[in-house]
Design a protein around this ligand. Structure first.
Ligand SMILES: Nc1ncnc2c1ncn2[C@@H]1O[C@H](COP(=O)(O)OP(=O)(O)OP(=O)(O)O)[C@@H](O)[C@H]1O
Length: 264
């Protein structure tokens, strides 16, 4: 379970650019929750993921991951517990390494390195098996350098690599935004499949209203550092774009819906 309590974050404190983004944000996430996060530009969606993953430190507040306080834990240690996929397909994989080398690296993520081979022969068939479930033919491209793959293939690999070490939490930060609509749909399907099969608690930031509604069991809307809507389970199942837009329009601010969200 992830428990965020009383989170505070101010950027550029005591300057003309001071931005009091989070002023007491709290959020409780149950094991197995798959939460889609939407919101206005600058609402704090990426910053929230950056704080959870230890990439940015909060000023105040606590973050408990499986009852362990992680708000002051360095990013490299948190990365053992958390998988993350970014918008840019180039960020989750190493271009100069082959498909097999990338997968082996992800597989060995939390293992200690000794003098044994980085790629264990008996792991190759497991790696082929997991790649074949992507239905992108990557299991036949084990020796191809990842830099030669398409953006969609790289993002599918990044997703699989983030999930393969069995993390407590998966953070997806607009991981389909840089893909064309057809590839985005393929990656959305793979995301659903991987999250369900591996039963990973997941937070997914998106500007795509349709995907935010159709994916996951809970939808959160953020605006100016606050959670302004939190729709879950049965209510989420019966949610439609029209209902969501009607809920938005009841909120006080017209800039709550970003153009990207409307257009997606
Ligand atoms: N490292 C930083 N230094 C200063 N300001 C920052 C930093 N990171 C984020 N911000 C500011 O915090 C606010 C929230 O940014 P964030 O990227 O979290 O928003 P977002 O909801 O992900 O927006 P978008 O949907 O537009 O990507 C913005 O005003 C941004 O400029």
């Amino acid at each position: 379970m992830l428990l965020i309590q009383n989170l505070h974050k101010t950027f550029n404190r005591d300057t003309v650019n001071e931005n009091k983004l989070f002023q007491g944000l709290s959020l409780e996430i149950k094991d197995g929750d798959f939460i889609t996060i939407i919101g206005s530009n600058g609402a704090g969606k990426s910053t929230l993921l950056n704080i959870i993953s230890g990439c940015i430190q909060s000023d105040e507040g606590s973050i408990l991951l499986n009852e362990k306080e992680i708000s002051k834990t360095p990013e490299y240690k948190i990365s053992r517990l958390i998988g993350r996929v970014f918008q840019d397909p180039k960020m989750g994989t190493s271009p100069s390494m082959t498909v097999l080398e990338n997968m082996s690296m992800a597989w060995n993520k939390n293992n200690r390195y000794g003098f044994s081979w980085g790629i264990e022969k008996n792991k190759i068939s497991d790696i082929k098996d997991s790649l074949s479930k992507l239905f992108l033919g990557l299991e036949d491209k084990l020796d191809v350098k990842v830099g030669l793959l398409s953006g969609g293939q790289r993002q599918a690999m990044a997703l699989l690599m983030a999930a393969i070490s069995n993390p407590c939490l998966l953070l997806l930060d607009e991981h389909m935004a840089a893909l064309d609509p057809k590839t985005s749909e393929i990656i959305a399907g793979l995301t659903d499949k991987i999250v369900k099969e591996c039963k990973i608690t997941t937070l997914m930031v998106t500007h795509n209203l349709k995907q935010a509604i159709s994916m996951g069991n809970r939808l959160i809307m953020m605006h100016r550092g606050k959670i302004v809507l939190d729709i879950r389970d049965k209510d989420k199942e019966s949610l439609t774009a029209e209902k969501l837009l009607a809920l938005f329009s009841q909120k006080e601010s017209s800039d709550i819906i970003s153009d990207r969200l409307m257009l997606a």
